[in-house]
Ligand binder design. Structure first.
Ligand code: ATP
Ligand code: MG
Length: 145
């Protein structure tokens, strides 16, 4: 299975990239693709297209484009797709950091719902839609063991 995470601009500026990637690696989840990128409104809008029209949509896009992000495709063959995505979301924690459990990425580092550290695909379908927005097939590696 593969899923997408984006370490948001403020988290990159705060120097949290290594710490965040380590959390996934410690679970045995591997990095199949990794890039640093400055998003623009078009690409951030594609990522968050399901939120178009919501009151926080414009500020969400502005937050995502203000400085570079780190984008990773995470991979594990040990779990089925659904369990793997559920595990990644559990490591990430609830959307609102004030409600996220301590020990999750958002619970430990997040400040507010609009400063919640990281994006993670929330379903198998979302991962399949989101990964090609940022990575070509040749940019993703396959682990043999
Ligand atoms: P993400 O898609 O970023 O991983 P999520 O799946 O936990 O987050 P979504 O409901 O998809 O939550 O919201 C997308 C993003 O929009 C959130 O990460 C958050 O930054 C922002 N957001 C969601 N709800 C609100 C809100 N009520 N007010 C402000 N920002 C919000
Ligand atoms: Mg979401």
């Amino acid at each position: 299975m593969k899923t997408l995470i984006i370490i948001r601009p403020d988290s990159v500026l705060r120097g949290l990239v290594g710490e965040i990637l380590t959390r996934f690696e410690k679970h045995g989840i591997r990095i199949a693709g990794l890039k640093v990128m400055q998003l623009d409104k078009e690409i951030a809008g594609r990522l968050y297209e399901i939120h178009k029209g919501k009151p926080f949509y414009d500020s969400l896009l502005n937050t995502m484009i203000e400085s570079p992000v780190v984008i990773a495709v995470l991979d594990t063959d040990v779990l089925d797709n659904q369990s793997a995505i559920a595990l990644v979301r559990r490591i990430v924690g609830a959307t609102d950091p004030s409600k996220a459990e301590m020990g999750t990425i958002r619970g430990d580092f997040g400040l507010r719902i609009d400063m919640n550290i990281i994006h993670a695909s929330d379903s198998v379908e979302a991962a399949a839609r989101e990964i090609p927005i940022f990575f070509r097939k040749e940019e993703l590696v396959k682990y043999k063991c």
